[in-house]
Write a protein that binds this ligand. Structure first.
Ligand code: F6R
Ligand code: MG
Ligand code: MG
Length: 366
């Protein structure tokens, strides 16, 4: 039997009330498209949901990663949702993430975010799909490090001989389009030296040392494709769990600390990443704070059993309260760094247009 591939492909193709939330009709149209693809035998199963203004398609199939038919399916669905729902209803930023006119074989580099992982389905195979809104792919760096390399987060790294060997991280330099593999725990400090700069270095994949695929994350930076600020590249990530991989609880534990990520209002501010249930996956205050949802599934012959809405739990209330306190603290800085992003990141926003106006007014001081 061919291996299973889980493909999570997402795009912001317009939303209700500004950049707030995907419209139910958009979800309906996406579901119809994917149902047809099941009937035609292209995919095995699917799940459609949203995190804020991002439409998320989970698809299972046996066609491998970077398959052009699967990528085209997602592209066509985003186009259809745009034409049938976003445009007629004049939803905000209709078709925003579809940066090119025509599909060209691989959806990577065309706007939408992609996380894909191909593996041999185990006798019981739990997966967790994460989706975040109002942030960027580097937001996964800290939690992925904690899940697969931090023994204070993942007890299994110490206790379970199957995890004890450690994990291999693939890190992408999003500016250079070059990647490097680093082994943990041996090269932990080298890994941290890179991924502590999440705007440039992004964890794209994690493997167990014996080659077992453990996690995959989206890496698209819209501004690097378009050369300007389009919207934040609200990322997705797939993590496999249990039986020689981190437990679901170890995976979720990494989100109990609401770390600061780049994004939030106008993609230009640092804010805490708040873990929320699907019901609360919609940004409000200052277009935020940035949010993350976690959907748990069991795979059976490629079918997706679930989801379990994993952050829908009072055990994360405390994290959410701290996130609200941090949001308040950061907001009080107004337009000042480091609440506002630094000049490198602001280069892709509309700030340079404002600064341009002042250029001629600077006088040389002797
Ligand atoms: C952040 C985001 C929003 C918008 C903001 C301004 O990723 O999407 O914070 O940047 O609402 O949007 P415009 O310029 O479209 O009015
Ligand atoms: Mg939007
Ligand atoms: Mg979004």
């Amino acid at each position: 039997m061919a291996k299973i591939t889980v493909s999570v492909i997402k795009a912001d193709v317009g939303s209700l009330a500004g950049h707030h939330v995907v419209h139910p009709k958009q979800i309906e149209v996406a579901k119809q498209g994917l149902q047809l693809a099941v009937e035609n035998g292209l995919i095995i199963d699917y799940y459609v949901f949203n995190c804020g203004d991002d439409l998320e398609l989970i698809m299972t199939h046996r066609r491998g990663e970077n398959n052009s038919e699967i990528h085209k399916l997602a592209w066509d669905i985003f186009k259809e949702v745009t034409e049938k729902v976003s445009k007629p209803l004049k939803l905000y930023a209709a078709g925003q993430d579809l940066l090119v006119e025509a599909f060209s074989g691989n959806i990577r580099g065309m706007g939408p975010g992609v996380a894909e992982i191909e593996f041999e389905e185990r006798p019981s195979d739990p997966i967790v799909v994460f989706a975040a809104d109002k942030t960027e792919p580097g937001a996964w760096n800290l939690p992925l490090f904690k899940i697969f390399a931090d023994p204070f987060n993942t007890a299994g790294l110490v206790i379970d001989p199957r995890l004890h060997q450690g994990f291999k991280f693939v890190v992408l330099d999003v500016f250079e389009g070059a990647e490097v593999e680093l082994n943990c725990p041996e090269e932990m400090y080298d890994l941290l030296a890179l991924i502590g700069t999440p705007s440039k270095y992004v964890i794209s994949k994690v493997f167990r040392k014996d080659g077992l695929p453990a996690a995959a994350a989206s890496t698209t930076r819209l501004s690097l494709i378009a050369g300007r600020y389009v919207g934040k590249d609200d990322p997705v990530c797939i993590v496999r769990a249990q039986k020689g991989l981190p437990a679901v609880g170890e995976i979720l534990e990494a989100f109990a600390f609401p770390h600061l990520v780049a994004g939030w209002m106008r993609g230009s501010h640092h804010g805490p990443l708040m873990p929320v249930s699907l019901i609360d996956a919609k940004c409000t205050r200052f277009d935020g704070p940035p949010r993350v949802v976690a959907l748990g599934f069991q795979l059976h012959d490629g079918l997706l059993e679930g989801p379990a809405d994993l952050f829908d739990d009072p055990a994360f209330d405390y994290t959410r309260r701290i996130a609200c306190e941090i949001a308040d603290y950061m907001r009080r800085h107004g337009p000042f760094m480091p609440a506002r992003l630094g000049p490198d990141e602001m280069e892709y926003t509309t700030l340079p247009q404002v600064l341009e106006k002042l250029k001629g007014r600077f006088r040389k001081v002797e």
